[in-house]
Ligand binder design. Structure first.
Ligand code: ZN
Ligand code: ZN
Length: 94
């Protein structure tokens, strides 16, 4: 393979990568309605109907998330992770 063929090949790969990226926008989107009464435009994982923002069960492994500081009805410490500024998960945040 000479240099010119290599360049053509590289461009073809880039073009197809751009194309598949564009197709990703046609993915399933979140079915939640935002506070502004606009349909959420976030894409969702296969088989899911809510994006990570609207799915209350979503647990992120991000560094930002902390363990909930709430206490369960049984008196145990809540083990759920949360990203909320209050440090409380969706069960304890009201
Ligand atoms: Zn959403
Ligand atoms: Zn909690």
């Amino acid at each position: 393979m000479n240099r010119k063929q290599f360049m053509v090949g590289a461009i073809a790969i880039m073009a197809s990568a751009t194309l598949s990226f564009a197709q990703n926008t046609d993915k399933e989107t979140c079915c939640a309605i935002t506070k502004k009464e606009v349909k959420c435009k976030n894409t969702v994982k296969e088989g899911e109907t809510l994006c990570y923002l609207h799915n209350p069960d979503h647990v992120s492994e991000d560094e930002e998330s902390v363990i909930c500081s709430g206490t369960t009805k049984a008196g145990n410490k809540c083990k759920l992770k949360t990203k909320d500024l209050t440090g409380l998960c969706h069960h304890h945040r009201k």
